[in-house]
Design a protein around this ligand. Structure first.
Ligand code: MTE
Ligand code: MO
Length: 536
């Protein structure tokens, strides 16, 4: 009789192990879906699948019965089904191993199928359910193994007890710390840790995903006003050379650099910009207030201080926005101030010289649009700063919330105590795009091409040198303005062998690009790019 009860008890704990395995499966999938395949949520995909296959009369019944709560009821029902199914998987794993894992893998395969057959999936969408299945299965196996060890030591203890009773020895058998107690504890500790982490991680990941998708929906529906003035892109601004960077970097290819673990999600309706510090009056602006100022187009090339010579952390975009000087004028800057500390919703700060923001000749802006659409979430939706001529970390604050007028003596930005200069103008540079390093190049006449930038000053000339030859001037595209990069190219009679192709620029002030190599810290890399090209 006692043995039977004990058996039932272990069945119940196996069911719990199954439920925790299922929770770990879902939480892992939600976490990875958030990280690299938004929308690849097993629960939602299976829910969507159920909605698709349920016959119309049943749907109507559901809507008639539950009204607008029909989807919540569906998800609750699905949740209950998951709990029951994973409890059964846990029991199966105890009594008929490895059937529990098999059941979990089947659930994993089905949810993967539900995810990858939906429209608009990303190539990596299969990963979250697959990783979830692996994590859930491993946990189920380990938990049930511990459960079995506990059961074995428990029945051994019973056997001992019987023998001892037979021998009529009066001994306490269930001493704490005995193997049975230890095995029991091992099971519960893992169950508790795994269960609690699954709940915390799963709920957090799902909540963040929902916030992202709802702000993404708002962003997609947002219609920015037409620009009052547009940038005229001159003829010849874009060269037609395969392998050369596009004149405007598409948003999806635009480099992204920030300290945000998850992309901040801001509803423009509730967004506010505060301008305070050394000002005549504190000003608060809504998103609509910004738009009401009237927006204009600005073509500006952004560069990261972390861009190595020849690196990819530079991109050019057509921004839509308003001049920062007009925004600051609303608050009235007090004399004595020399810096604006811009702050992001996630606490990131940048220190920008006040002079760069109020200069009538400089197009420092608050941007709301990027290449014809509202700022992508990753690039600072709904409002960011863009300042020509300064590295991003001292000027291009994304998810902007505050402009504090202050001084370099009084305030410090995020990167300043972390080894980067408080002020950092962009070191003008040039880059070789094609032929790219490691590319197979055949002998003959081929184009050498790339980009060069000297924001606020402009590029005068780009020169190319093959091996130890003379520096030769490259042909430049017609620049849009001095704040954007230009494309350059040159024809080259490539002969078989290995060659060094070097490139350097001269800006419109007549300065030659710095030859001496410098690391990215504390204020940006320098040096001429020199690439080894193999020609066959
Ligand atoms: N809120 C916030 N804004 C930020 C950063 C950041 O970490 N957080 N990084 C800056 C840096 S270092 C650069 S180079 C640019 C990059 O902008 P992008 O990601 O849109 O290309 O954003 C700047 N704005
Ligand atoms: Mo940066």
């Amino acid at each position: 009789m006692a043995k039977r009860n004990r058996g039932k008890r272990f069945i119940a704990w196996a069911a719990l192990a199954g439920v925790i395995g299922g929770a770990v499966f879902l939480a892992t999938a939600e976490l990875f879906a958030l990280l690299f395949a938004r929308g690849a949520s097993p629960i939602l995909a299976v829910g969507g699948f159920v909605i698709d296959i349920v016959p119309q009369p049943f749907k109507e019944f559901a809507i008639a019965t539950f009204g607008e709560y029909d989807k919540i009821v569906l998800l609750a029902g699905l949740g209950l089904a998951v709990v029951i199914a994973s409890a059964i998987a846990g029991v199966l794993q105890l009594v008929r191993p490895p059937l529990g894992v098999v059941a979990l893998v089947i659930a994993g395969v089905l949810s993967t199928a539900a995810i990858v057959t939906r429209s608009g999936v990303t190539p990596l969408a299969f990963l979250p359910p697959v990783l979830g299945t692996i994590a859930g299965s491993v946990l189920l196996v380990v938990l049930v193994r511990r459960l079995r060890a506990w059961r074995a030591s428990a029945s051994a203890a019973v056997e001992n007890h019987r023998e001892e009773e037979d021998a009529q020895v009066d001994l306490v058998v269930d001493t704490p710390g005995a193997p049975k107690e230890l095995n029991r504890r091992r099971f519960f500790v893992l169950a508790a840790i795994a269960g609690a982490s699954a709940v915390v991680v799963g709920i957090t990941a799902r909540t963040v995903s929902m916030a992202v998708s709802s702000v993404e929906t708002i962003r997609k529906a947002l219609k920015l006003p037409a620009p009052r003035t547009t940038v005229k892109v001159p003829e010849g601004a874009e060269l037609d050379v395969p392998g050369l960077s596009e004149l405007f970097t598409p948003n999806d290819d635009f480099y992204r650099v920030d300290t945000a673990l998850t992309v901040p999600t801001i509803d423009p309706e509730t967004w506010r910009l505060v301008i305070d510090g050394m000002v005549d009056q504190r000003v608060e602006m809504s998103f609509q207030d910004i738009l009401d100022m009237g927006v204009d187009e600005y073509a500006i090339t952004l560069t990261c201080v972390s861009n190595e010579v020849g690196g990819e952390l530079v991109g050019n975009a057509m921004w839509l926005g308003v001049p920062l000087r007009d925004v600051l004028r609303k608050a009235g800057v007090k004399s004595g101030a020399d810096m604006v500390l811009s702050r992001s919703v996630d606490g990131y700060t940048a220190s920008t010289p006040l002079a760069a923001l109020v200069d009538d000749e400089l197009d420092a802006i608050l941007a709301v649009g990027m290449n014809g659409e509202p700022l992508p979430l990753e690039h600072g939706f709904p409002v960011r700063m863009v300042v020509p001529g300064l590295y991003g970390y001292v000027s291009a604050t994304k998810w902007l919330t505050e402009l504090k007028v202050t001084t370099f003596a009084d305030d410090e930005a995020y990167w300043t105590p972390r080894g980067y200069s408080a002020e950092a103008p962009i070191k003008f540079s040039s880059r070789l795009d094609t032929p790219s390093i490691g590319e197979a190049v055949s002998a003959g006449r081929i184009p050498i091409a790339g980009v060069a930038w000297a924001q606020t000053v402009g590029i005068e000339r780009v020169e190319v040198r093959i091996d130890e030859g003379e520096w030769m001037p490259a042909t430049l595209s017609t620049p849009i303005n001095d704040d954007t990069w230009v494309q350059w190219f040159m024809e080259w009679d490539a002969t078989p062998g290995t060659h060094y192709v070097a490139v350097r620029a001269v800006n419109k002030n007549g300065d030659l690009q710095i030859e001496e190599r410098a690391p990215i810290a504390p204020n940006g890399s320098s040096g001429w790019q020199r690439s080894l090209i193999r020609v066959s």
